[in-house]
Design a binder for this molecule. Structure first.
Ligand code: SAM
Length: 350
């Protein structure tokens, strides 16, 4: 082994029944958020009591266990990860694994706290982040997020860029809401040097019954149609660029930036899925679109960090991975307008 090679994972790598290596862990560090996006949460969400949450130390230990078993990419998400108190301690702790088993530490954020944390994220080893931004119209932004202010998010994105973080913008495509804005988002991302990914709205969690918010079939636009329409005005060149996630990318010739599409409904890429998701209570979901889950908090708390304890945690992690399903079966149409899985995206973080 070359002296510069990272140390090999201490445990056997995690491989699921379909021979997919599990190399990507997404961690929802809190279910709380300072926004209430209409497609994501109901306005009167009930959050978990703090006593049920893993401590940040416990999260760091669990992440370390996954890294020792071959996980190379970690994404912090939520809820809003940057509203968890002291979250930067966790970011720094996980950043310590970079180059020592971990290739990338990143996060998905709504951007509201970025002006405060961008420099610290960069110092902890974060290089790329995803910021969710569905519209550039301040009124529409306030209507979609219910509680958010566009200016604060744009300032956060500018701070991230100034700190040297690559920012990818994620926008959920919402019929009748932002479907007339994709050209503007593409052009804006081109001007500011960001890649952009459009996401199909997924039927996750009850989101309340107000007009347009509770009915997924009213929100859903197939991105195959969006791409065909964009091609009338933009030159899209297919690429084989991958970030380890589910997006497929095209290059927009006019801007030189990438445009990604995440299409869990029109075309899922489950056969290549390398991901599992940990909630802030220590529950592992093996698929975003299925309910089967495994409690890792009990074995984590039972294990004292010694060999015997580690064996208990190891057995729990492997038993979970052995149940990873082949894929999800999200459908949105008139007959399936409600939630396909009862939990909200904020539980597992998308
Ligand atoms: N608060 C952070 C943020 O806003 O990016 C991280 C958590 S948020 C749940 C992660 C991503 O999931 C966001 O891009 C959000 O737009 C997306 N999302 C939430 N609910 C969704 C749904 N039902 N379908 C598709 N994407 C959804």
């Amino acid at each position: 082994m070359d002296a510069l090679d990272p140390p090999p994972p201490a445990g056997r790598p995690l491989v699921d029944p379909y021979a997919r290596a599990i190399t990507y862990l997404r961690v929802s560090v809190t279910d709380r958020c300072d926004f209430r996006c209409v497609y994501c949460m109901a306005e009167d969400m009930h959050f978990l009591p703090k006593s049920e949450l893993l401590t940040l130390e416990e999260m760091a230990r669990l992440c370390g266990a996954f890294i020792r078993r071959g996980v190379r990419k970690l994404r912090l998400t939520g809820g809003e990860p940057l509203v968890r108190r002291n979250v930067m301690w966790l970011v720094r702790e996980l950043g310590g694994h970079l180059g020592r088993g971990l290739d990338e530490l990143t996060l998905t954020t709504n951007g509201s706290q970025l002006a405060k944390y961008a420099e610290e994220l960069r110092a902890a080893g974060v290089r790329r982040i995803n910021v969710s931004l569905d519209t550039l119209d301040p009124d529409k932004f306030a209507a979609i997020t219910r509680w958010g202010r566009l200016g604060q998010v744009l300032d956060g994105i500018a701070a991230a860029k100034a700190a040297g973080l690559a920012v990818k913008i994620n926008a959920v495509a919402l019929k009748g809401v932002n479907d007339n804005e994709f050209d503007r988002l593409i052009a804006w991302c081109g001007e500011h040097g960001h890649d952009l990914t459009l996401i199909e709205v997924m039927p996750m969690g009850e989101i309340g019954g107000e007009a347009g918010a509770g009915d997924r079939s009213a929100q859903y636009i197939p991105l195959s149609m969006v791409r065909a329409d964009l091609r009338k005005r933009w030159t899209l060149a297919e690429t084989d660029y991958r970030t380890g996630g589910p997006a497929r990318y095209w290059t927009v010739k006019e801007t030189g930036r990438r445009l990604g599409f995440i299409t869990p409904l029109t075309h899922n890429f489950c056969e290549l899925c390398n991901r599992v998701r940990l909630t802030c209570t220590g529950v592992l979901y093996m698929c975003l679109g299925q309910e089967d889950r495994a409690d890792l908090r009990t074995p984590l708390r039972a294990s004292a960090g010694d060999d015997a304890g580690d064996a208990v945690l190891d057995a729990a992690i492997r038993a979970a991975i052995a149940r990873k399903p082949k894929g999800h079966d999200f459908i949105i149409d008139r007959r399936h307008a409600g939630a396909a899985v009862p939990r909200h995206m904020s539980v597992t973080g998308g």
